[in-house]
Design a protein around this ligand. Structure first.
Ligand SMILES: [Zn+2]
Length: 315
């Protein structure tokens, strides 16, 4: 395990899912109480800066290595309902990195699948059992061949909180099946369980109104692409440009000001991505791991996953 209790570099803390009475417990989700405890724990070890101050100091090169900020990815309604009251009670301003697709009514499979897994299977392992069995059936010999490749590399070794099945699932999804086949596979699993994906849309994501409220609270809203491709760095430059441009236009219109911050979906980007973001006037960007703690540009600031912090807190 490579996690150090005290990183010697400035970074963001990355949050995703929260649960409450209205948002079901899912893999890695936090309650308001746990978030509160985590902020106490972090506050004893680091200086938690407001997002605006963090931006200013990063740009002025005056961040201390103990300075951190809080970041929330994917425009999830559970963040608004569960985390926002905790932040506002403490007077902490955070970054919210928003992808536009689901807010503009475009069904996005990634999060719906997660919700589907959460409410239909008593454990992630039982979902994986179904998914792996279906994949093996359709891939035939290819399945064990690719599993062999996977076992030879330390895939997602920088994310110690992932189980072996989590890592194999992601490898299958991103490197073996590809987006289209993965969507098809998930649709067939969902069809067996008679799930309507459209219904989940309203339960999972914020709307424009929520973004405006967050901004009024003093939080900073930044880019996170339009449709959240899991491998955005492999898209043609024009397609990447399109992803960020649509996202940029949506946020500029809703918030009445152009965004200048962002986080990379799934932590993925290429040199082309950085160039096009810079050309759009984006000043600050976040990766999604601490695999490298230095940041060659201000569009590559590292982040620690809340799951790692939770593991560290329980030691
Ligand atoms: Zn994301």
């Amino acid at each position: 395990m490579s996690y150090k209790s005290s990183h010697n570099s400035t970074h963001g803390v990355m949050f995703h899912h929260f649960h409450s009475e209205t948002h079901p417990v899912g893999q890695g989700s936090l309650s308001a109480e746990t978030l509160d405890q985590m902020l106490d724990w972090l506050g004893k070890r680091y200086s938690i800066l407001d997002a605006g101050e963090y931006t200013g100091r990063l740009l002025a090169n005056t961040l201390e290595y103990t300075d951190i900020c809080l970041t929330f990815d994917d425009a999830l309604l559970c963040q608004y309902d569960v985390a926002r009251p905790v932040l506002n009670k403490r007077g902490i301003k955070a970054f919210f990195f928003v992808y536009s697709g689901p807010i503009l009514g475009e069904f996005h499979p990634l999060e719906v699948y997660r919700y589907f897994r959460t409410i239909n299977f008593d454990s992630m392992e039982s979902f994986y059992d179904d998914f792996f069995a279906l994949s093996e059936k359709s891939l035939g010999e290819e399945y064990s061949k690719r599993e062999g490749d996977f076992l030879n590399i330390n895939y997602l070794g920088e994310c110690p909180f992932y189980s072996d099945s989590d890592r194999w699932f992601r490898y299958l999804r991103d490197h073996v099946l590809g987006q289209a086949n993965y969507a098809e596979r998930m649709s067939s699993v969902m069809a067996i369980h008679m799930i309507d994906p459209e219904h989940a849309l309203h339960l999972l994501w914020m709307k424009n109104m929520h973004l405006q409220k967050l901004r009024q609270d003093g939080h900073i809203i930044g880019l996170h692409s339009f449709s959240h491709p899991t491998m955005i760095h492999e898209l043609q430059t024009e397609a990447q440009q399109d992803e960020y441009q649509q996202n940029y236009e949506h946020l500029s219109e809703v918030l009445g000001e152009p965004p200048i911050t962002m986080s990379h979906p799934c932590g993925k980007y290429s040199q082309d991505t950085l160039k096009l973001l810079e050309a759009m006037g984006i000043k600050v960007g976040f990766r999604s791991s601490m695999a490298k703690t230095d940041y060659p540009t201000k569009l590559e600031v590292p982040r620690e996953d809340h799951a790692n912090i939770l593991a560290e807190m329980s030691k």
